[in-house]
Ligand binder design. Structure first.
Ligand SMILES: Nc1nc2c(ncn2[C@@H]2O[C@H](COP(=O)(O)OP(=O)(O)O)[C@@H](O)[C@H]2O)c(=O)[nH]1
Ligand SMILES: [Mg+2]
Length: 340
């Protein structure tokens, strides 16, 4: 496809159009991704998650500029919440990210989550691939930041930053949301406010006691992960090849994103994590789990589509009526639908 080749060659308009096609999940999307896939696997993906207002977008701005100054090509994907009422995405982030547009080496894209839970849009991993194939060697992905458990980013990124603000133990969002589990680097942003030092100390203490094994966040037992943990175990061998000495201990970094303070430290922590992944088996393990998780998600969707395609509507209505009339329970109903 001409458009795909143009995007791979780095044509910004082609990249933008390709992303739009993939986002709208046109029926050619699988063929497009198949063409792109051989060109992927070169980018380093950094995920940025954390509660709304914690400063994710401001940090992403700073990181993008810093990497750009270092001569890197940077792709930015900001996932917005889609309001179930308006269907529109939040404008604030888009405005905030606009000044990145002046940087020729930076490509910025907003995506609406379209009701997908887990902090990303369903097509975000595919969009990451487009930017990867187009030669962006660093890709920053900002999650929606609903304050809920956003673990999908751990399956997409090589390094996950969890952004916090100064607060007491009770107020620290990532502890409440359990999202600390997936953090590779914890950022205490807004460190110009009181209590940043104490917050950093609380987080350090939390992180030193958390149970760890390579890629724990990746096989987090969310509602969907039945196949993934089993296969991961089978393919990856024992639960952990990491000993205490070789496993990564998440770093805590304080920043003031609005003033660019602490950004150099943050870059350093990200680089240390990257080096850690590369020098241990974790790099390989994470890649395996990431791809496995992607296959599983496509499989899940395809199986459901196939099932819905096969079931006769008459039959479905009949089964539902039986459940309503208490002649059949929901489990038996599902079984009947599966067996046709
Ligand atoms: N005081 C202070 N404000 C900040 C800092 N970083 C971001 N902000 C402000 O916090 C608000 C939310 O930032 P934003 O980046 O949109 O947060 P997001 O919702 O997590 O993406 C904005 O008004 C920023 O200007 C910081 O380090 N210190
Ligand atoms: Mg934001």
């Amino acid at each position: 496809m001409e458009l795909v080749q143009a995007a791979i060659a780095g044509d910004r308009r082609a990249i933008a159009r390709l992303i739009t096609l993939i986002e709208s999940e046109i029926k050619e999307a699988p063929a497009i991704l198949a063409e792109i896939y051989p060109y992927t696997g070169r980018a380093y993906v950094i995920g940025i998650t954390g509660a709304p207002g914690s400063g994710k977008s401001t940090l992403v701005n700073q990181l993008a500029k810093s990497y750009c100054d270092l001569g890197r090509r940077v792709g930015v994907i900001a996932v917005d919440a889609t309001s179930p009422f308006s269907g529109g995405a939040i404008l604030g982030d888009r405005v905030r990210m606009r000044d990145l547009g002046q940087y020729p080496g930076v490509f910025v894209r907003s995506m609406a989550s379209r009701g997908n839970l887990g902090g990303l849009a369903r097509t975000t991993p595919a969009v990451v691939k487009v930017l990867d194939a187009a030669g962006y060697d660093l890709i920053l992905v900002e999650t929606v930041g609903t304050g809920q458990l956003e673990v999908e980013i751990a399956r997409t990124a090589h390094t996950v930053l969890v952004v916090e603000m100064p607060g007491t133990g009770d107020e620290i969002q990532s502890i409440k949301a359990g999202v600390l589990e997936i953090a590779d680097v914890v950022v205490v942003n807004k460190s110009d406010r009181d209590g940043a030092e104490r917050t950093a100390a609380i987080l350090e203490a939390m992180l030193s006691t958390r149970e760890r094994w390579a890629g724990s966040g990746l096989v987090y037992s969310d509602h969907s992960g039945a196949l993934l943990p089993r296969l991961a175990k089978y393919l990856g061998g024992e639960k952990s090849s990491m000993t205490e000495e070789t496993s990564w201990r998440p770093r805590v970094v304080r920043t003031v994103a609005t003033r660019g303070e602490g950004i150099a430290d943050l870059l350093c922590a990200i680089e240390q994590h990257r080096q850690h992944l590369l020098t241990t088996r974790e790099w390989e393990e994470r890649n395996r789990l990431r791809l496995l998780s992607e296959i599983e998600q496509v499989l899940r969707r395809r199986l459901m589509e196939r099932l819905l395609h096969q079931v006769e509507l008459d039959h479905l209505a009949e089964v539902v009526n039986s459940v309503l009339a208490r002649r059949l329970d929901p489990y038996a109903a599902a079984e009947q639908l599966l067996c046709g």
